[in-house]
Design a protein around this ligand. Structure first.
Ligand SMILES: [Zn+2]
Length: 213
């Protein structure tokens, strides 16, 4: 479990320092919000296959640095430094890819636990909409899906599935989820993932599907 490691971070870092900036206050509030949050820890722990070169202890170490970095708004360099120490022979490209994936995975988990706390299960898959976006994620651009039924993006476009996952959770993925707060604010027709297939629907049908959003 990452939980005990994660708790350690909070114990090590004192909350109340004599003078703290606004950004420090925000980071402290975020830490407080996530401390001991099992849903968050479970989400971070899921699908750590991209770290299969690391031992279980190293995985925990890497992900805890990622959590700290993501919460404090740091870039992936902090993780890259640790990975370099653990795997000195790793190529720079792979090092960057893994470091960025760690950060985006933690950020995705933060968005999801916050949405779930507000009772929001539906969200929109957003990509960077550039040439680097892989075809399976490009197909998910603007698609409404449920956190409780994450898609298999590869399967949707007829490729071999690499599993169910949300935006920002796959290796090198720069996508993110935008939770749907009010169905009235979305643009229609909307592409919606239903039973593993994308269906285009109007506002009335979508609102009927999501209930009282
Ligand atoms: Zn992506």
């Amino acid at each position: 479990m990452l939980l005990s490691w994660f708790s350690k971070i909070f114990k090590q870092k004192a909350y109340s320092k004599p003078k703290v900036s606004n950004s420090q206050k925000i980071h402290q509030a975020l830490k407080f919000e996530l401390e001991g949050n099992e849903s968050f820890i479970n989400l971070v722990e899921q699908n750590l296959d991209f770290l299969d070169e690391f031992s279980e202890i190293q995985k925990k170490e890497v992900m805890n640095v990622a959590i700290e970095a993501a919460i404090c708004g740091q870039r992936s360099q902090a993780i890259a430094g640790l990975i370099q120490k653990l795997k000195p022979d790793m190529e720079k490209k792979e090092l960057q890819l893994i470091s960025q994936t760690c950060i985006s995975k933690v950020q995705a988990a933060i968005t999801q636990v916050r949405a779930e706390r507000l009772g929001l299960d539906w969200c929109i898959w957003q990509t960077c909409q550039d040439q680097r976006t892989r075809a399976s994620h490009h197909a998910m651009q603007g698609v409404a899906f449920q956190y409780s039924r994450k898609p298999e993006p590869e399967k949707i476009i007829g490729l071999l599935s690499i599993g169910c996952y949300g935006p920002g959770e796959a290796l090198g993925c720069r996508c993110y989820a935008a939770p749907i707060v009010d169905a009235d604010f979305e643009k229609y027709p909307l592409r919606v993932l239903i039973n593993g297939k994308i269906e285009t629907m109007g506002k009335r049908k979508f609102k009927k599907l999501v209930g009282n959003l």
